[in-house]
Design a protein. Structure first.
Length: 223
């Protein structure tokens, strides 16, 4: 059981150690640039803002008119002891965000596959990719949390509505019960009056018969 729990914990909090980094070329500010790139599972806007914040750690960030993001006097100790030029551009391809980076460490000296600093540059980019992955995971978990809270609120509102409906139903039942009781009492009164009316009719009939006899007797005496 303990090993199973450990496995679940690792699965839930697993973060890829490396991102795939590829060498290539891209057009930045109307010029072909050598460099390397990676793909990120996030939104272009989120990656762009995070990338600018990431670059602020190495220098002053400037934005080009065509969407480029660059740091002219960047300082990345793992790559070079001297200021270097970092030029980048973020695009979207097939529902994924592509981050292309061109690093110039000297005149016509760009980092790509085979360069002595390619490993360090890749690791620097991978660190950003890990950060994006963690932020995206957090964003998704917060989104799920928000959805659960919304569902809970919806269920609570529905529960409150059911309570109100039950109260309304109870009041209606009480009114109907009271009305039924009043109707029952009224019915008993009607039945009692009906029985009394029968008795009154019978008594009246007997009195009528007796009176007819009295009338006949009086007529016979007049003759």
């Amino acid at each position: 059981m303990k090993s199973l729990l450990i496995g679940v914990f690792i699965f839930l909090f697993y973060v890829p150690l490396t991102a795939q980094v590829f060498s290539g070329m891209a057009e930045i500010d109307k010029a072909k640039k050598e460099g390397f790139y990676t793909y990120l599972n996030s939104e272009e806007r989120i990656v762009s803002n995070a990338w600018k914040d990431y670059l602020k750690k190495i220098g002053t960030v400037d934005a080009g008119r065509t969407g480029s993001i660059h740091v002219d006097q960047a300082r990345i100790s793992s790559i070079s002891d001297n200021p270097i030029n970092v030029l980048s551009i973020i695009t979207e391809e097939k529902n994924k965000v592509k981050l292309f980076v061109s690093i110039r460490v000297g005149p016509d000296n760009y980092i790509q596959t085979g360069h002595e600093k390619f490993k360090e540059a890749s690791q620097w980019l991978e660190e950003f990719a890990r950060m994006i992955h963690l932020q995206e995971s957090l964003r998704k978990e917060e989104s799920k949390l928000a959805e659960l809270k919304a569902a809970q609120l919806k269920n609570q509102r529905y529960a409150d509505r059911l309570v109100r409906e039950l109260d309304s139903n109870k009041r209606q039942t009480e009114l109907l019960t009271k009305k039924l009781e009043e109707t029952r009492i009224e019915k008993e009164k009607i039945l009692a009056n009906q029985e009394q009316n029968k008795l009154d009719q019978k008594a009246n009939e007997l009195a009528l018969e007796q009176q007819l006899k009295q009338v006949e007797s009086a007529k016979s005496k007049v003759k």
